[in-house]
Design a protein around this ligand. Sequence first.
Ligand code: ADP
Length: 510
Amino acid sequence: MFKKILIANRGEIAVRILRACRELGIRSVAVFSEVDRKSLHVRLADEAYAIGPAPSRESYLRIDKLMGVARRAGCDAVHPGYGFLAENPALPQACREADITFIGPSAGAMEALGSKTAGRQLARRLEVPTVPGTNDPTEEPQARALSQSMGYPVLLKAVAGGGGKGMRLVCSHAEFESAFREAASEAMNAFGDERLYLEKYLERPRHIEIQILADAHGRVVSLGERECSVQRRHQKVIEEAPSPIVTPELRKRMSEAAVRLARAGGYVNAGTVEFLVDQNLNFYFLEVNTRLQVEHPVTEQVTGLDLVKLQIAIAAGHRLPFAWESITPRGHAMEVRLYAEDPENNFFPSPGKILSRHTPGGPGIRMDEGVYEGWTVPNDYDPLLSKLIAWGNSREETIARLRRALDEYTITGIRTNAGLFRRILEEPDFLRGEIHTRWLDEWLRRPRAPSSAPQASAKNSSIEAAAAAIVAAVWQAKQSAAQAPSASSDRESASRWKLEGRREQLDRVP
Ligand code: ADP
């Protein structure tokens, strides 16, 4: 087993990885940029090294600096986390040259599966269905001609894409040229690669992905699916496992396709094969993420496995100790991504100092996070603060726990999207599992019921927000008295009063 692992990342995922290291008796080495000197991952790691200024291309994206730290600290392995360099074949390559183990797939497997067009080509060879479109980077005139013959809407996508960058929906021939230009320039800025390809835009698909694990001895297993259809502008915000629509038979077919792809790509370590699923339960390959995913905890909760420890064990050459057939999801898990952003102000990032916070706990609740009271959320990176994960025996129990945990959660000094999740978790479509990848964007455009706005902002309990909540509670109490309230609304207004009281006490703690 390894003795010391360099964690080439920051935030909640760096904390997640160093926790796994500690459980395995491995020393952890953190790296940090100037603005991250006081970050939680730096505080918790066994050692920490500065790697430069705040902009990630001068710190977290500098392979030379990371390898310099790995050598200086005597690390025998590097874990990339997700984002930053996690899918850049140059990092496993540099590790090989330095004789340090990269905890992830080889550079070759990353290239064979990680590039979107290479992944599509492989899927086609293996007869795994793909969304109709091009399997090669395409120039503007050919792409335009093909869009017309396929029929609009189409989606332009960056070959090197990720995080929705360089992606453009095109609904008509007239928009095509400018959309192509914009997508190519966005892709160039984000990835240094302006190449685009084309897919037919599926109207209301669901995003369902298969988690796989592959060891270096030829065993490839599927850990089942996660559904990530609740998205804002094509970015996941809620994930769950199992999917409300996946039957054991569909799970088996999707798993077989994912395992086939991983085998053909010579894949070793943890990876995710993403699919879109249409209303008739046909699935289409989307891409392979050659790394740990943000949403991996929901799979951990329903399988009882620790994916980070398994990643480390696989990289150390261990065999996977179980067969795929032995894995069946137990209960239900759901994750919400808590961001420092303001849903009331067009989801504008809300960096700043965390003045106080209360973290939920209790049965079935897990919080993966990289923040603490008194820490200043920097403006320089993705504003993901915490992932709140609930587990329950059923989807209903999981949602009830998640709601209860969101009610306990308070954070002051910055704004978060917690209120948005409280609203989504009350929404009948969501409760029935009737969601698709455009569902949240459409729902956000719907006019809001008058009572939901003050409730949502109350949770960002700065003094004004707390005052607004009390006004809202009085308003609600009056409303419910006037309208012969149901048992649940009675309970709601009573519990809101109690919560406000408790929050006030929390605020007084010096
Ligand atoms: P990225 O890697 O940039 O995140 P993906 O290819 O993984 O992009 O797609 C992200 C999301 O965009 C999907 O989950 C889905 O919501 C939407 N999407 C991607 N391709 C299509 C498509 N062909 N039709 C409809 N929606 C799509």
